[in-house]
Design a protein around this ligand. Structure first.
Ligand code: PLP
Length: 390
């Protein structure tokens, strides 16, 4: 029996049998169990921000697990409190945090805060093709019909508007709207940025009606676009911010931040989770934040992102319709819906990319990727695309 057979026999069919079984990684290189090396161009869906086996992360996590890994929310630990303080400093906003284990849990917390803010009678607004997670609350806000509709009905009236269209948002948000949930750039939709000014318009629209503005920075946050958080490009002040993916550098963690008055929406006992804020994930997150700052990785992400997008555009390949995104978070828009074939050809050539949509490839490499590594991908890309075009 191959591991593929074992996988197919043992795992629920929600996951396809994966094309690779990885054994280990170092920096932006990963090795499969047969010893083949690959350059990792998407870092486990924008999670492994420092690459694989980064010494700062290894040291923080192994030191912490040797001291104490878990304390429960009934007690606390030094890393947990330090992380809360540090995140609020980086956000540069008055607020308070809630720690959990994943992105969808962070959005569940946000959803419950919205209920506390507005009560049950009001509706919510989210965006078509948006993604907020797979649990029932977060899924009800997820605009992608193929994953939302099979699990209807939900316990909330959610209305969807086209992403990036400020006028549509203005029309949809009335005094009966409790909150607007937005990604600063849509990740799962294929790295689709909003037009400049969209978040600012969303802030004004929410201010005019009293709706809360919830920004899902689960994929966009933690340096990926060249600022700590993507909303900082426009300087908007959200009411609630959710974080996960890159924050733990590979160790599961989620955060919901309440800003200003939203910091105190929960009353004692309103919400909680057993693993939230455990010292293991908190020490991992502290190491990620410290390394991004110390090594200047946000400026590096901007530089490398420009190198990659300029390099891809310059190929002038007939299969490439364009490149969108910012920092180390790019969508290669394909002229045909052949992303799965591009992923396969890239793997054969020694590169891991993500076919996020049938017509789009997502790149979200580690913020530690080197200029030479990015160049090696650019050098290999024409042959990969030619193979698919043939
Ligand atoms: C990945 C993601 C989520 C869900 O996070 P999980 O950790 O998979 O639950 C929510 N929102 C956005 C924008 C994401 O990219």
């Amino acid at each position: 029996m191959s591991w593929q057979d074992d996988f197919a026999a043992s795992f629920m069919p929600n996951r396809a049998v994966p094309p690779l079984m990885l054994s280990h990684g170092r920096g932006s290189t990963v090795w499969d169990v047969d010893g083949n090396a690959y350059l990792d161009m998407f870092a486990g869906i924008a999670v492994s921000a420092l690459g694989h086996a980064h010494p700062a992360l290894v040291e923080a996590v192994s030191g912490q697990i040797a001291r104490i890994a878990h304390v429960s929310p009934l007690l606390t630990s030094e890393p947990e409190v330090r992380l809360a303080t540090r995140l609020l400093e980086l956000l540069d906003l008055p607020g308070k945090v809630y720690f959990c284990n994943s992105g969808t849990e962070a959005n569940e917390a946000a959803f419950k805060m919205v209920r506390k803010h507005a009560g049950a009678g009001k509706y919510l607004v989210a965006t078509e093709n948006g993604f907020h997670g797979r649990t029932m609350g977060a899924l009800s806000l997820t605009g992608k019909k193929a994953i939302r509709e099979p699990f209807e009905p939900y316990g909330a009236d959610v209305r969807f508007v086209p992403y990036g269209d400020a006028e549509a948002l203005r029309e949809a948000v009335t005094g009966e709207c409790a909150a607007v949930f937005l990604e600063p750039t849509q990740g799962e939709a294929g790295v689709v940025p909003a037009p400049d000014g969209y978040l600012t318009a969303a802030r004004e629209i929410c201010d005019a009606t009293g709706a809360l503005l919830v920004l899902d920075e689960i994929q966009s946050g933690i340096g990926r676009t060249g600022t700590w958080f993507a909303h900082q490009h426009e300087g908007v002040r959200p009411d609630i911010i959710t974080l996960a993916k890159g924050l733990g550098g590979g160790v599961p963690i989620g955060v919901c931040v309440g800003v200003g008055a939203s910091a105190d929406l929960f009353a004692p006992g309103d919400h909680g989770c057993t693993f939230g804020g455990n010292p293991l994930s908190a020490s991992a997150a502290l190491a990620v934040l410290e390394t991004i700052e110390r090594d200047g990785l946000m400026a590096h992400a901007v530089k490398l992102g420009e190198q990659l997008s300029a390099g891809i555009e310059a190929l002038d390949h007939p299969l490439v319709a364009g490149v969108r995104g910012r920092g180390l978070w790019l969508g290669i828009v394909l002229a045909e819906p052949v992303a799965a074939a591009v992923r396969e050809a890239a793997q054969r050539a020694g590169f891991l990319v993500n076919n996020v949509q049938p017509g789009a490839i997502r790149l979200a490499p580690a913020l530690t990727m080197t200029v030479e590594e990015a160049q090696s991908f650019l050098d290999a890309l024409p042959a990969i695309l030619d193979e698919v075009a043939a």
